[in-house]
Unconditional design. Structure first.
Length: 107
């Protein structure tokens, strides 16, 4: 787990089904910690980013406060955009100020 200001990143390599249970347990522990310290989690900002080389990954639905966590195509951490395929296109677009109309992929 990594914490910076109001962001918390929980990461865990998933090699087997027990690892999935462990990650959900970690999420539950974070939720309980927030409750104990009277902090609210912004569920709309909670997300699970799967990083894998597998062509057919097994996707697990994780929850926070009993609500399914979204699976965005990218996550931002400390100003850096990370995508599931680990390509830099999104980061370059954001840094250079490209809009969707001026996609860096078209260059």
């Amino acid at each position: 787990m990594a914490m910076f200001a109001d962001d918390t990143k929980c990461h865990h390599p998933i090699k087997n089904s027990q690892d999935k249970v462990t990650l959900q347990s970690d999420l539950d522990n974070i939720t309980n910690w927030c409750h104990d310290w009277e902090m609210e989690l912004n569920q709309s900002k909670c997300g699970v980013l799967h990083l894998t080389r597998s062509r057919e990954p097994t996707i697990t639905q994780y929850t926070v406060l009993g609500t399914p966590v979204i699976r965005p195509n990218s996550q931002k951490g400390l100003g850096i955009s990370i995508t599931g395929d680990l390509k830099w296109n999104k980061q370059v677009q954001e840094s250079a100020g490209f809009s969707d109309a001026n996609n860096v992929d078209d260059w």
